[in-house]
Design a binder for this molecule. Structure first.
Ligand code: ATP
Length: 319
């Protein structure tokens, strides 16, 4: 393999730039030519491809977002769209592709590999919801952003003796809510993977206030319901007054944490090594603290299991 390319796809995540930098620098170190594809799969279809140099990725390791920009592409979901993408790659002499993104982007990479162009995927999403890896790039930064927000909200909750409901991102995955709930000392955590009972939430709030507790923090993942919806229910069912805070897109932005920069560097470099060996249809990830590569098919076959012990612990510590 003499020339490869890299793109970022799907929702952006802090640390994507650090991963792009690692792919570019490692490829050049290994004597490969490396091209950047701008605007994800849509940019690939449109031929937005440029050769990158060592200096092209200077001064980006600390930046959030992605210098290659990202996009969602309906056209790439069609075979015709993917064939256009393939011919752009062939036209540019590109023999392998690193895809940095979430599981949707991984599906696209699997399809492209099936057409004969080896793809290796690097997991980057704040949701931490990719099967086969313990950590995705961006999760640690988002975690710290949410913790910072919880701590600030807690100051008001304590001063004014209020209960706050904080809505965090996570449509299908509760990792961000669970980890931030545990790290932020939340009294209740609602996540899509675990059943909840409104009477149980009410009971916990009442027993807390019964023993003199004047404030509480409830974390709700967006996939369960919105913070204002839950506030409405608690008011209607038990006349409990709460304040809602929806954190929104601040969770996706910002300078990546040290940990995200490190894993992005490790994952990016590993992806190049795998491509150089001529292997495609592979995902990079972390298993038991070791950077590994595994078959993309595993991403779609296993189900991303939530850490149930951690959920149980969060309940035990917030009695
Ligand atoms: P996020 O963490 O934001 O969900 P993601 O990578 O999962 O990131 P998606 O929007 O699901 O984001 O996917 C990104 C792009 O990957 C899509 O816009 C589409 O072009 C491509 N893609 C997704 N699923 C498929 C598929 N089944 N076949 C081909 N391409 C796909």
């Amino acid at each position: 393999m003499k020339k490869i390319a890299v793109l970022t796809s799907g929702g952006d995540a802090p640390g994507m730039n650090a991963a792009v930098r690692a792919v570019v620098r490692k490829a050049i170190y290994e004597g490969l030519e490396i091209a950047g594809v701008f605007n994800g799969y849509q940019g690939l279809i449109e031929g937005k491809i440029e050769l990158l140099e060592l200096g092209s990725v200077g001064d980006i390791i600390q930046r959030g977002g992605t210098m290659l920009r990202s996009a969602r592409s309906a056209e790439f979901r069609t075979l015709e769209g993917r064939k256009k993408a393939l011919s752009q790659l062939q036209k540019n002499g590109i023999e392998g592709l690193v895809v940095i993104g979430g599981d949707g982007s991984f599906k696209g990479a699997q399809e492209l590999t099936a057409l004969g162009l080896p793809c290796v995927c690097v997991p980057a999403t704040i949701d931490n919801d990719i099967n086969g890896t313990e950590f995705t790039i961006g999760f640690d930064t988002a975690l710290n952003t949410v913790i910072d927000a919880i701590d600030k909200i807690r100051d008001t909750a304590t001063s004014h003796e209020r209960t706050f409901i904080i809505e965090v991102m996570g449509r299908n995955a509760g990792d961000l809510a669970l980890w931030t709930g545990l790290a932020g000392g939340a009294e209740t955590i609602l996540i899509p993977e675990q059943k909840y009972e409104i009477p149980d939430i009410i009971e916990r709030l009442k027993s807390g206030s019964g023993r003199g507790k004047k404030h509480s923090i409830i974390i709700v993942a967006e996939g369960v319901m919105s913070a204002p919806e839950l506030a409405e229910i608690l008011k209607r069912e038990a006349n409990i007054e709460t304040h809602s805070s929806v954190l929104g897109h601040i969770q996706r932005g910002g300078s990546p944490s040290a940990r995200d920069r490190v894993i992005a560097s490790q994952y990016g470099a590993k992806a190049v090594e795998v491509l150089k060996e001529g292997r495609g249809g592979i995902a990079i990830g972390m298993q038991k603290h070791v950077v590994v590569d595994y078959n993309l098919t595993d991403v779609f076959e296993q189900s991303n299991s939530l850490d149930v012990a951690m959920y149980k612990l969060s309940k035990e510590l917030s009695i």
